[in-house]
Design a protein around this ligand. Structure first.
Ligand code: BV8
Length: 227
């Protein structure tokens, strides 16, 4: 049984990390979709660096929840038959125990030097233009995928979806592409599809939808899978 799990902001919501769609989903009056762009970074790098510095700082105050932990348990049992891809840039899947997490939109706790192209584990702020540990240049940006940029691991994600028997989307609104198209690739491949969401979006035509908070629906689904 080959399983692909796609997660979004909803899987981390109960850990205290805001989702993009919350009524107050704005950041300092900015629509995050506008801050998370190369154009915004070129126009006002301090604004964008502060946006990510604040989100990186919040990570130290939150913990993985029962959904993250349950997915790590599923990985233990399924091994390579589980492919976990996330749109989230937090590290709660790893802190929940998952070993193989594909961050298609990058990671908050990493910095990318645009001079020497090296990536560095990073927990501190970047607004102060710290020097790159490798080349010394003050050209590090958050290692995240902005709108208009190519997501990571697209080849292995598409291969995993084409090979899967079950595709499960957890806590995602299905509004950002190419992630929002994955369910259609899975359906086209004849896989079973399941959505776990607090308020399933009508857009998605999953074969099965389970409504509820991820900390309840994910452990219950994993229990079923293991049984
Ligand atoms: C690209 C990192 C080319 C930075 C992010 C086709 C059509 C239209 C537009 C496009 C298209 N193709 C490309 C585009 C443009 C664009 C796009 O999709 N625009 C949208 C706005 C229309 N896409 C891109 O630019 C992408 N790049 O396409 O390159 C390409 C493509 C393929 C192959 C090669 C090249 C790059 C997009 C990546 C942008 N970076 N994040 C950062 O985080 O700051 S996107 C970011 O927003 C997240 O990563 C995530 O992807 C998205 C937010 O969505 P969700 O995670 O789903 O969160 P949301 O708040 O929306 O929803 C939360 C859900 O959880 C809800 O459903 C809610 O009900 C549920 N929930 C809440 N609480 C709980 C819960 N569920 C369970 N339990 C709970 N407790």
């Amino acid at each position: 049984m080959k399983v692909v799990v796609l997660t979004g902001a909803g899987v981390s919501a109960e850990s205290g990390l805001p989702t993009f769609r919350d009524p107050d989903g704005l950041w300092e009056g900015h629509d995050p979709m506008t801050v998370a762009t190369p154009e915004a970074f070129a126009a006002d790098p301090d604004l964008v660096q502060r946006f990510y510095d604040e989100r990186r700082a919040v990570l130290a105050q939150v913990r993985p929840n029962a959904a993250h932990v349950a997915l790590a348990r599923l990985e233990e049992h399924l091994g390579d038959d589980l492919y976990l891809v996330t749109q989230n840039i937090d590290d709660l899947h790893e802190r929940g125990g998952s070993k193989r997490v594909h961050h298609m939109h990058g990671r908050l706790r990493a910095a990318w030097c645009t001079t020497c192209d090296r990536r560095h584990e990073w927990t501190d702020s970047l607004v102060g233009r710290p020097a790159c540990p490798t080349c010394g240049q003050a050209t590090m940006r958050p290692d995240v995928v902005w709108f208009g940029e190519v997501p990571h691991d697209m080849d292995s994600v598409q291969q995993a979806i084409f090979d899967c028997d079950v595709f499960v989307a957890i806590g995602t609104s299905g509004t950002v592409y190419p992630a929002a198209a994955f369910v259609h690739y899975a359906i086209g491949n004849g896989a079973d599809t399941l959505e776990l969401n607090l308020a399933p979006e009508p857009v998605s035509d999953f074969a099965q939808v389970r409504q509820g908070p991820a900390t309840e629906t994910v452990p219950a689904w994993v229990e079923e899978m293991l049984r």
